[in-house]
Design a protein around this ligand. Structure first.
Ligand code: AMP
Ligand code: MG
Length: 343
């Protein structure tokens, strides 16, 4: 796997690889994406192989202009309203697909997921390629998403399917895009992200929120978004989410000592309260964007430390913190403890 910079010369190399049917990890404002020409089924197949991604989990197609949007799907009035307000940016829309989109990209669905990223490097690469790019997160399926080039290198360095990574620094949002479906009677949030429910409702007041955003889906239930049913974002170590005050979380950990090597992923300023454990501070609940930016890096750092158990402090799931909470629910296999209730 080649490591490319964001120089004009290296981005030319990146776009040549993509045009030739190779796959390349690229930075975006959400997380690093593993990109392929979305119109080339053989190239897209390499993404599924490289990630070990289940074939029934469709991909998001990334574009750099509205003309491409109209080539790939049938936009509704609501779609243009959202595009006007939030594109380029961390919002994905699900719309009826046009036949040009290969079946492998949409996992056989008759809808397609589309996003116009705002990251300057991602924009430049899409324009240079002149084709839309299918790009899921550039991690091994099930693992925490990559928000730094080092995360991609750690997951993909010996992967025969990945031709290169473009090293473009840390991702600004740190969590994947907000996903809104516009194919039903009402617009529906399928995945929370940096564009919040509150912001979306300013444009679409009748937006609903899929049950799976905050709950584990029963095995029998058909997911609105196939990706919601798969195991996600999970570190190797057992992970437990702790909601409540610092004091109650300290007491909970004290009362549940089990001899396992433990890391606490805590809020800024809490480190000294968890003095018995190794700590990784990941931001402040007053600034939930900081939690989003660092959550996957913190989960990966905890794993690298070789710990057996991870406690993660959770902020109340409002605004951007809803996206963080949604990822932590899945990272912990829905193991959430309200430490206040146990006092
Ligand atoms: P990722 O590529 O890992 O960021 O995940 C993309 C997310 O978008 C997954 O949760 C997919 O299930 C969802 N998605 C992609 N295409 C569709 C679609 N046509 N309908 C519903 N959800 C989709
Ligand atoms: Mg992913």
């Amino acid at each position: 796997m080649r490591i490319l910079s964001t120089s004009t010369e290296d981005l030319e190399i990146c776009s040549r690889l993509l045009k030739d049917g190779d796959i390349v990890a690229i930075p975006t404002e959400t997380v690093y994406g593993l990109a392929a020409n979305a119109l080339d089924s053989k190239a897209v197949e390499k993404i599924f192989k490289a990630k070990g991604r289940p074939a029934d989990n469709p991909l998001i197609v990334h574009i750099s202009d509205i003309a491409a949007f109209e080539d790939l799907c049938v936009p509704t009035k609501e779609a243009y309203m959202l595009a006007e307000k939030f594109w380029p940016g961390p919002l994905t829309m699900i719309l009826p697909k046009k036949p040009i989109v290969p079946t492998i990209v949409t996992a056989g669905l008759d809808s397609v997921a589309i996003r116009m990223p705002s990251h300057p490097t991602a924009k430049k690469i899409i324009s240079l390629c002149g084709v839309p790019l299918a790009a899921p997160s550039a991690n091994i399926s099930g693992k925490p998403s990559p928000t730094r080039a080092e995360h991609v290198i750690s997951d993909m360095k010996n992967n025969p399917f990945v031709a290169a990574v473009v090293s473009g620094g840390a991702c600004e949002c740190g969590v994947e895009s907000t996903v809104v479906s516009l194919t039903g009677e009402h617009p529906c949030l399928l995945r929370p992200g940096a564009v919040t429910v509150e912001q979306l409702r300013e444009v679409l007041p009748d937006l609903t929120v899929a049950q799976a955003v905050l709950q584990s889906l029963p095995e029998t239930e058909k997911a609105l978004s196939p990706g919601l049913k798969h195991k996600h974002y999970a570190p190797d170590a057992e992970t437990v989410c702790l909601c409540g005050s610092t004091e109650s979380a300290v007491r909970y950990i004290e009362n549940h000592k089990d001899g396992k090597k433990t890391v606490v992923i805590c809020f800024d300023g809490e480190q000294s309260s968890f003095a018995d454990c190794e700590t990784i501070a990941y931001g402040s609940p007053e600034k939930p964007e900081t939690l989003a930016e660092n959550v996957f890096d913190a989960l990966r750092k905890a794993d690298v430390s070789g710990c057996e158990k991870i406690y993660v402090r959770c902020a109340p799931p409002n605004g951007t913190a809803l996206a963080v909470y949604n990822r932590l629910l899945r990272a912990s296999n829905f193991c959430v403890i309200n430490t206040e209730e146990l006092i």
